[in-house]
Design a binder for this molecule. Structure first.
Ligand code: ADE
Length: 332
């Protein structure tokens, strides 16, 4: 059930570019400050911190921050994901196996089965599980006490978290895209850990195309390194080889990949610029609805390339310009 049962002490190895403490965690300043206060206050009261829900697009640090919280509070982090908690028994096993003060990290917590989710309510609120045994008139309820724990939920779909669950989190924190400058610092740090020599301009090119997302920035840095090792004998990665590699990878200067461009092109060409409904857009692009909602759309909206109206998604003037297409002036 648990993906990893003990809190792994994160080491700064090339395998893990994840920062291991607040000091080397770049960006999300407001969230860091908020969490530092929550942790410090809980420590002073000698209590476990209240439950925390993180939401935002993938790759922005929800898991990394949860590991840091465990590190900072000196707790074990037990990690699982929503879809694997299929039956109430799975959740009961998970909760009864916790130790006092543990952190239970549930990724994709919008995908917990609705019936199972109900058992979480009393666990989060009163640290007990109200178990119903049997059916009909003979049914009995028993209360099982569980240790005090902190639930950290992570989701890319805050809209899918039911309000009873939402209301049981003490803090609900949104992770936002990083700035260009923060991503450049993250690339700088990763390059140092990986022993990669890279110029300022090359870093800036990777950052620009990384969707302001650390996971993507680190992935692109590694791919650019591969490319430069094979195609270039220069000692350090410079702008020219970085751009060449990124173009080869089909990541354009706004960080769009072929599937992003396909979505915009489909809205423009098949839906006359939009609005296009989710279902229709998904069918026309062969992209899953969830991928459109969780991955593509947040970034395309952030970049001002599409907008959401109550009738669906529409391409903006900027989207036409980016694809070198003539803008058909509609309502804006
Ligand atoms: N690697 C991934 N995310 C990071 C962050 N926020 N700070 C430093 N390194 C990172």
């Amino acid at each position: 059930m648990f993906v990893n049962s003990k809190s792994e002490k994160l080491k700064e190895s090339p395998d893990s570019l994840r920062p291991q403490g607040w000091d080397n965690y770049i960006g999300q300043e407001r969230i860091k400050k908020h969490l530092r206060i929550i942790i410090e206050a809980a420590k002073r009261r000698n209590e476990t911190p209240d439950h925390i829900l993180f939401y935002g697009p993938p790759g922005l640090g929800k898991t990394t921050i949860s590991h840091i919280i465990a590190q900072e509070t000196g707790s074990n982090l037990r990690s699982t994901t929503g879809p694997v908690i299929e039956k109430s028994g799975d959740l009961v096993a998970l909760l009864t196996n916790l130790n006092e003060g543990d952190i239970l990290f549930i990724d994709e917590c919008h995908r917990i089965n609705r019936f199972v989710e109900e058992y979480l309510y009393s666990a989060m609120e009163d640290f007990k599980i109200n178990l119903i045994l049997g059916k009909g008139p003979m049914a009995k309820t028993i209360d099982i006490k569980i240790p005090h724990f902190t639930l950290i939920g992570a989701t890319t779909r805050i809209d899918m978290i039911s309000s009873p669950l939402r209301s049981r989190f003490g803090s609900i924190l949104q992770l936002n895209y990083y700035s260009q400058e923060e991503i450049e610092r993250i690339i700088e740090r990763s390059a140092q850990i990986l022993g990669i020599k890279i110029t300022k301009e090359a870093k800036s090119q990777i950052a620009k195309r990384s969707r302001f997302t650390p996971r993507i920035a680190n992935k692109l840095l590694k791919r650019v390194r591969d490319f430069s090792q094979v195609e270039d004998d220069e000692e350090s990665i410079d702008e020219k080889i970085a751009v060449k590699a990124l173009e080869f990878l089909e990541v354009d200067n706004l960080g769009l990949e072929p599937s992003d461009r396909k979505i915009i092109e489909t809205i423009i060409n098949k839906f006359n610029g939009g609005p296009a409904g989710l279902q229709a857009l998904s069918a026309a692009t062969s992209e899953e609805k969830n991928a459109i909602l969780e991955i593509y759309e947040p970034y395309l909206m952030q970049m001002g390339l599409i907008k959401r109206t109550n009738k669906g998604r529409a391409a903006t003037k900027l989207a036409y310009e980016h694809l070198n297409l003539k803008w058909k002036n509609k309502e804006g």
